[in-house]
Design a protein around this ligand. Structure first.
Ligand code: OSB
Ligand code: MG
Length: 369
């Protein structure tokens, strides 16, 4: 049996190497909440992916801090559990707040894997030795800038290109990329910027044989995606809508999507992620691992998760240097010229948090014990 002895919450700020623009905001500086969990004397690390604002989901760094300190810690602190796999259900009294849960739960998984001296990917049941990597490219100032950016990412080896779109900045950039690169694996992500009124516009995207369109409609509107999918050739992939395995089941059953993006934070951690993964596998729905502009710690968890079998499409899991001048783990995450990332063989997440660097970046810290 194991017990959570202590949690250290730290807030750090890391400047992005360049601003990241989506349909919902433009971000230059990432505020992050890191969770260090002491499980019977072994430290594990997790990252809460909640944002600086509630524009992607309702959670923010502030809400996550509050929920972890005032509820999740209390739910766990006196409890024994057999494995990190049990933790998610122990937090079930707290509704939602999956990013808060996910950061803490992931830290406990890392601690368990370190305590057992196994790679986290193995503990999760992963079968891959490397993962396939794609990139997510923010909205650019103009088409020339976008083309230059895509050129760079293809040259670096990335296996698929995703661009962010919004109404008025959609058909033209996609057309330009398709004219230049007829054969690359290309997709778009709208982050809920459209409504069913935009069907005619969205149908124009069918001409560009995109591998998928990610989350075109409302962030909590599974039903309308089913209406839209009936009218689109391009497969819909859901991101924002899917918070647990029951959402995934509903979406699949009513035909709201043909692909699902799994983000650790959005589904409350590795246990939630495995449940969505397993259901999708059973239903023949491919999944891929989304990203939330994570530091190396969140990135390392995404790599471990992506080792599961049904992560059969390239994810948004990329090299540290795409976002950070200097990451907070060693070694940094690197991508091969073939666009793959090797699953590390060391214990836990397989990358070491640079604790001195993290401490020097820390602007808020709280110890719960
Ligand atoms: O919708 O996938 C998204 C970043 C922040 C919030 C939402 C999303 C994203 C990304 C970036 O697309 C993915 C990455 O971390 O590279
Ligand atoms: Mg998305």
């Amino acid at each position: 049996m194991m017990r959570l002895r202590k949690i250290i919450l730290r807030e750090i700020h890391l400047p992005l190497v360049e601003p990241f623009e989506t349909s919902f905001h433009r971000l230059s500086n990432r505020r992050m909440l890191l969770i260090e969990a002491d499980v019977d004397g072994v430290s594990g690390w997790g990252e809460c992916v909640a944002g600086e604002d509630p524009f992607y989901s309702y959670e923010t760094v502030e809400t996550a801090w509050h929920i972890i300190r005032d509820f999740l810690w209390l739910a766990l602190k006196k409890q024994e559990f057999a494995a990190a796999a049990d933790v998610f259900d122990m937090l079930g009294q707290v509704r939602g707040h999956n990013m808060a849960k996910g950061g803490l739960e992931a830290a406990i998984w890392d601690a368990e894997a370190r305590q057992k001296s196994v790679p986290l990917a193995k503990l999760l049941g992963g079968t891959r030795s490397e993962i396939n990597s794609g990139v997510s490219i923010g909205i650019q100032a103009n088409t020339e800038a976008l083309i230059a950016k895509v050129q760079r990412e293809l040259a670096a080896g990335y296996q698929r290109i995703k661009i962010k779109i919004k109404p008025g900045n959609d058909i033209e950039p996609v057309r330009a990329l398709r004219e230049k690169w007829p054969r690359i694996r290309l997709m778009v992500d709208a982050n809920s910027a459209y409504t069913l009124e935009d069907v005619a516009r969205l149908k124009q995207l069918d001409a560009f044989y995109l591998i998928m369109i990610e989350q075109p409609l409302g962030h909590d509107d599974i039903y309308s995606h089913a209406q839209l999918q009936k009218q689109l050739e391009t497969p819909i992939c859901l991101d924002e809508c899917i918070h647990d395995v029951e959402h995934a089941r509903a979406a699949i059953e009513i035909g709201a999507c043909k692909i699902i993006n799994i983000k650790l934070g959005r589904v409350g951690g590795h246990t939630g992620a495995r449940r969505v993964h397993d259901l999708c596998k059973e239903k023949g729905i491919p999944v891929w691992c989304g990203g939330m502009l994570e530091s190396g710690i969140g990135r390392a968890h995404n790599i471990a998760l992506s080792s599961l079998e049904n992560f059969s499409l390239p994810g948004d899991v990329t090299a540290s240097k795409r976002y950070w001048a200097e990451d907070i783990i060693t070694p940094e995450v690197e991508v091969s010229p073939q666009g793959t990332i090797k699953i590390p063989s060391g214990p836990g997440i397989g990358y070491e948090p640079r604790v001195d660097r993290i401490e020097s970046l820390t602007c808020r810290r709280e110890v719960l014990e």
